[in-house]
Every structure is written in C-alpha cells, then in structure tokens.
Design a protein around this ligand. Structure first.
Ligand SMILES: [Zn+2]
Length: 257
C-alpha cells in the first residue's frame, strides 16, 4: 500500500514537471499571437473566486481520500498546540492525516493539514515552526499562484468558458490531479526563505523556542539521505535547500534578543 502511495506521489511529481512545459506553451501561444485577446483568454480561464473555490474543494478532496484522525494522541496534540493560534485574515482549521509521509500543507482557505509521519519525527517546537512555514506560503500568496499552476496543468484548463461554475464542472479525477499537484507544488528559493522567516517569527510569537525553525530544518536535512529518505522526499522535492535555509534561520535566531 505504501508502495502504491509512493507511486502516486512520483506520478504527481511528473505531472508537476509536465505542467511547466504546458505553462510555457500557453505563454508561447500568447506571445506568438501577440494579442491582448489571447492573454485575456488565459487570464479569465481561472478567476480569484475560482482559486478560492478550488482551494476549498482540493482540501475537501484530500480530506476524503486521507484518513483524518479526529480523536486520539495525534489529534489531541495538534489541537493543544494550535488552540490559541490566530492569523489575520485566515479562518484556520487544523486536521491530522494518518500517514507515514512526512509532510504538511496549508491552503488559501485557512485549512492546515499535518501528516502523522511529520508529528512522529518533530517535537512541539519544530512542528509549530513547520506549520508556520506552510502558513507563510499562504500569507505570502505563494499558494494562490501554486493553485493556479496546479489548475493550469490539469485537464481542467481546457474547460475555458466555465468561469463562475468552474469547480462544479470538474470531475473528481481532475480535482484529484489538481489537489495532488498543489500539495507537491514547487516554490522558488526566495519563496522558501520568506516562508522560513515567517515560520521563525510564527514560532517565536506563539511562545516557542527561537531555534524552532532552525531545528526543524536541521532535522529534515539530517533525515534526507538516510533510511528515512523516501518518507521525506515529498517535503524535500517541494522545499529544497534545507541546509542553506537552516543556517539563515539560525542567524535570525542568534540575532534575536
Ligand atoms: Zn515551503
């Protein structure tokens, strides 16, 4: 079963890579045509409202295809850690997925999902820092762009003209592709550094150790390459350069009073 899961992850990574060429093709077409109309066509194919709806639908899809733990040690620990957390402009909701994958993600609708595999290897401080990092991607609108890319790389992008009722027109397999692409979204190094800085402040502001983000990144770096590699590969493929990033957040912590 785990092998199946990994195969699915590999496939979704391939889809993300394929999406790059698909996006390039869209841009080349627009350039070749050189017309505002072509650009408008690309732009209207997914609106901000569609992105919000897609985010909520993607989370609903992920919730329905993962085992959500609503009671027990994992759920209680996450609830205890997050009960006082607030972020301006976001209606946060937290859930645990039971899976050995080491991952977590946040969506533009304020949904935060934490995998039990991540909770197994991180202490409370490290876990809060990683959650903060993921929320940072939402606050910085990285997830909005990622959701748009996930949509544009799916079969749904051919459904131009369904603006407004976009989500209702998507089949569950297309929605699944979008959700998988979103969860394994690639962010730029700059986006990662900024999300780390957010995670660093997030941990400190929520009364956790100032080295929380540093220790979380160090932990992931240590695990990468060892026997646990396959379990962290997903987080690493979407969050590269953890060694370099760890030293940056350590400097932030060192200089904090
Ligand atoms: Zn990240």
């Amino acid at each position: 079963m785990n092998n199946m899961k990994r195969i699915v992850i590999l496939l979704s990574t391939v889809l993300v890579m394929a999406s790059c060429s698909a996006l390039k093709n869209v841009q080349l077409d627009s350039e070749a045509l050189g017309s505002a109309a072509a650009k408008t066509l690309t732009a209207v194919s997914i609106s901000d409202a569609d992105i919000v709806a897609l985010s909520a639908e993607s989370v609903a899809y992920m919730d329905s295809t993962n085992k959500v733990l609503t009671s027990g040690a994992y759920a209680e620990r996450l609830a205890r850690l997050t009960k006082d957390i607030q972020v301006d402009g976001l209606q946060l909701n937290f859930k645990v997925y039971e899976t050995e994958e080491i991952n977590a993600f946040a969506c533009g609708d304020g949904s935060i999902r934490v995998y039990s595999g991540l909770m197994d290897v991180m202490d409370d401080d490290q876990l809060i820092a990683i959650i903060g990092h993921e929320i940072g991607h939402v606050v910085h609108k990285d997830t909005k762009a990622a959701m748009k890319r996930a949509y544009m790389s799916s079969a749904a992008r051919d459904a131009v003209g369904s603006v407004g009722g976009l989500v209702q027109t998507l089949s569950s397999s297309v929605l699944g592709d979008i959700a998988e692409n979103f969860v394994s979204a690639q962010y730029s190094q700059k986006q990662e550094f900024n999300a780390d800085a957010y995670g660093f402040s997030f941990a400190v502001n929520n009364n956790h150790d100032k080295y929380s983000m540093y220790r979380a990144l160090n932990k992931l770096t240590d695990m990468n390459g060892g026997s646990t590699m396959s379990k962290v590969q997903k987080w690493f493929s979407s969050h590269p350069d953890s060694g370099e990033r760890a030293s940056r957040v350590k400097a932030m912590a060192d200089s904090l009073e």
